[in-house]
Design a protein around this ligand. Structure first.
Ligand SMILES: *Cc1c(COP(=O)(O)O)cnc(C)c1O
Length: 357
């Protein structure tokens, strides 16, 4: 086609984009790996790079098998559709990503019923409430429970971390009710780094875990669902039903291998930057932050300023090339990630100070 110009470089600009860690661009090593990846048709199981990523991912989280999916949303959905039959309940937190941000897929497409439970500020769901929800009532009025879901780190709670102890308690509860436990671990490596434990100390307690390559790990596309081999074989079929069977997906998987090999340990830097940002913002008029909740790469804070609403504050930041996201009419989220350096954080704090002064 005449006149069509292929863009050849990333549009790197001067913006400091803290809206999400999904805005990360692939590293130069990822670009190179993608260009040179060995490829095949993954629906035939013949893409060597996908196969290598799935083996690596399974090994990292201590599971028998893993399957690459295009998004975390499809990963969670295919896991839930595997664990449950139509008419069963998905027991989960009312602040969870699955409940709030996945377009109701398990209900709309799978005939499952969300059973949302209150979420504490630290991301936990009360064990007694979970036990009540998980109890099978032998009465035709009631939809039976199908699965319990947890989220770690917890996005809407500001990136807080669930401990191995809590996960173990929920696992015991799930097992005693004969239910599988699924973990939305979009940022599970952030949780492990923050706790200073191997990621397997967290994933050991769940039947299936979904995690994203496309968040802080900076790959352009891709998430994995890991678990027992027979369960993952069924997740693979559901992935196909959802249209997630990809062909030469090795171009994606190559970046994912680099992500797992090179981008996990550096998440600690993002956590340092988030804490510095939170401490700086906490000094400013109108900003309220619970610093105890700044545990990973997410800074969630409230704004109650005499002059500026959340949207006015965000618009003012934007004129200085700084982007954050609003979580509600009173609450803002900033996420640190690959490409955000200490100097950016200092600039954000000083610009915010100017705006709020
Ligand atoms: C980002 C995210 C997902 C999945 O998101 P996709 O955009 O579909 O990849 C799932 N859970 C949590 C907690 C997330 O932050």
């Amino acid at each position: 086609m005449q006149g069509y110009v292929l863009p050849v470089t990333d549009t790197l600009d001067d913006r400091i984009d803290l809206r999400s860690d999904t805005v990360t661009l692939p590293s130069p090593t990822m670009r190179a790996a993608m260009a040179h990846a060995a490829l095949g048709d993954d629906v035939y199981g013949e893409d060597p790079t996908v196969n290598a990523l799935e083996r690596l991912a399974a090994e990292r989280v201590g599971k028998e098998a893993a399957v690459l999916v295009p998004s975390g949303t499809m990963g969670n959905l295919s896991a839930l559709l595997t664990h449950c039959q139509r008419g069963q309940r998905v027991i989960l937190g009312n602040e969870s990503h699955i409940y709030n941000y996945e377009a109701g897929g398990a209900s709309a497409l799978g005939g499952l019923i969300y059973h949302p439970l209150p979420t504490a500020a630290d991301g936990r769901i009360d064990l007694d409430l979970l036990a009540d929800a998980a109890t099978r009532i032998d009465d035709s009025h009631f939809a039976p429970p199908g699965v319990i879901c947890l989220e770690n780190t917890h996005n809407r709670c500001g990136g807080v971390v669930l401990s191995p102890d809590y996960l173990a308690q929920v696992r015991e509860l799930a097992q005693s009710h004969g239910l599988p436990l699924h973990l939305d671990g979009a940022r599970i490596f952030n949780a492990a780094i923050a706790l200073g434990v191997p990621v397997t100390a967290l994933t050991a307690h769940v039947d299936t875990v979904m995690f994203c390559l496309s968040k802080g790990l900076s790959a352009p596309i891709g998430s994995l669902v890991a678990g027992p081999a027979d369960v993952i074989a069924r997740v693979r079929r559901v992935r196909k039903q959802l249209g997630g069977g990809m062909r030469q997906a090795g171009v994606i998987a190559a970046a994912g291998i680099v992500a797992l090999n090179e981008m996990v340990d550096r998440l600690a830097e993002d956590h340092v930057h988030a804490r510095r940002l939170a401490a700086g913002l906490a000094e400013l008029p109108g900003i309220q932050i619970d610093l105890n909740r700044v545990q990973t790469n997410i800074v969630r804070f409230d704004l109650a300023h005499p002059r500026l609403s959340v949207s006015e504050f965000l618009a003012a930041l934007r004129t200085h090339g700084i982007l954050m996201g609003s979580m509600s009419s009173t609450s803002i989220r900033a996420v640190t990630h690959y490409g955000i350096e200490a100097t950016h954080i200092e600039r954000v704090i000083s610009v915010a100070a100017e705006i709020l002064a």
